[in-house]
Design a protein around this ligand. Structure first.
Ligand code: HEC
Ligand SMILES: [Cu+2]
Length: 343
């Protein structure tokens, strides 16, 4: 009998598993993976260097200890007629050596560890871009006090400039993580924790809340969008422009005007602000049309996904704190057009 089907299955299984995992994740692989192993900022490099140094010492210890163990097993294995090996009780030289060597290795790990802890706990100096990070069930809010900006889901930063994050939560504990740029810090109600980094590259990087915070913790993602300083200034200037009032503009697209009317009539404005710096219960939606993702970084910002979300947010994020407002397809399309026009 041929074994081909079995072999094909064996080869196919890992490929199928990978495909299934990607389907489960619901997305194509990101341009940049969500990993700490490719540092792209000063803070992340500190942690990475420490990790590599510690790993090096651990590898040396592992090779020496396992090597000695294997050697002893081989050398003193039982052989027919072999005499009992020499029995040693107490050897001062040996004891001094095996106390000094581990003490030396521990010092080689402890000194850089403590140094890195102190260095990464320092507050950045003046000139850093201040951003307030606020965790919510289940999305992250970003406020730029110096720029008068409140936004959500995407932390936009200029590359080459230190960003100082003051972080807290509006409800339960969450943990903010910048995989490629810095470490993780838990956020607590009524307390501010700091984290800082200076992005070395531009790009759109995925990240994820890392403290279990309720039913939709898994879909509490966000993006770190690093852009050139010029692009950042342009983004901030554009963001600061007040929202357009299409209802007052008789030449505006009627669908967009209807969308703006519905946005107020259906109560969206009770939870969502359209003004640049106004925080409300839900994410600030000023310029939501220009974000790369919606639903806390979990859905690509296409017209289809925006409509799907607005029509029934509970379908994608069960238990989410945005109610299903029972909109018709037409009403949804009008609101999508309005949100898109405001960017
Ligand atoms: C009771 C408050 C509430 C109301 C009313 C409400 N929302 Fe929301 N909305 C939220 C919350 C909370 C979120 C964040 C959900 C999450 O991702 O966990 C959200 C998320 C969103 C998002 C995604 C934003 C992003 O960047 O991820 C959009 C778009 C949105 N709402 C549009 C609307 C529209 C349009 C309406 C009116 C039809 C509306 N919302 C009504 C609370 C509300
Ligand atoms: Cu969380």
């Amino acid at each position: 009998m041929s074994q081909t089907p079995v072999r094909r299955l064996r080869l196919g299984a890992p490929v199928l598993l990978l495909a299934a995992a990607m389907l489960a994740a619901g997305c194509a692989p990101d341009q940049y993976p969500q990993t700490t192993l490719i540092p792209r900022a000063d803070f992340a490099r500190e942690a990475d260097t420490l990790m590599r140094q510690t790993l090096l010492w651990a590898t040396i210890v592992f090779v020496l200890v396992e090597g000695a163990l294997l050697f002893a097993i081989w050398k003193f294995r039982n052989r027919p007629g072999a005499a009992e090996p020499v029995q040693t009780h107490g050897n001062t030289t040996l004891e001094i050596v095996w106390t000094i060597i581990p003490a030396f290795i521990l010092a080689m790990i402890a000194v850089p560890t403590v140094r890195t802890i102190f260095k990464t706990s320092q507050r950045p100096g003046p000139g850093a871009l201040q951003v307030e990070v606020i965790g919510h069930q289940w999305w992250w809010e970003f406020r730029y006090p110096e720029l008068g900006i409140t936004t959500a889901g995407e932390l936009v930063v200029p590359s080459g400039r230190t960003v100082s994050l003051e972080m807290t939560t509006a409800d339960v504990l969450h943990s903010f993580w910048l995989p490629q740029f810095a470490g993780k810090r838990d956020v607590f109600p009524g307390r501010y924790n700091n984290l800082w980094f200076k992005a070395e590259v531009e790009g759109n990087f995925p990240a994820q809340c890392v403290e279990f915070c309720g039913v939709q913790h898994g879909r509490m993602a966000y993006r770190i969008v690093s852009v050139t300083p010029e692009a950042f200034d342009a983004w901030a200037a554009n963001f600061n422009a007040p929202p357009k009032d299409f209802t007052a503009d008789s030449t505006a697209n009627p669908l967009v005007r209807e969308g703006q009317r519905l946005f107020t009539a259906k109560g969206c404005g009770g939870c969502h602000a359209m003004y640049p710096a106004l925080p409300l219960i839900g994410p600030n939606l000023h310029h939501v049309g220009s974000r790369s993702h919606i639903a806390a970084g979990t859905l690509e910002n296409t017209d289809e996904n925006l409509a799907r979300w607005i029509k029934n947010p509970q379908e994608w994020k069960t238990g989410v704190l945005m109610p299903n407002l029972g909109l018709t397809d037409q009403e949804t399309a009008a609101i999508v057009a309005y949100l898109r026009a405001n960017q």
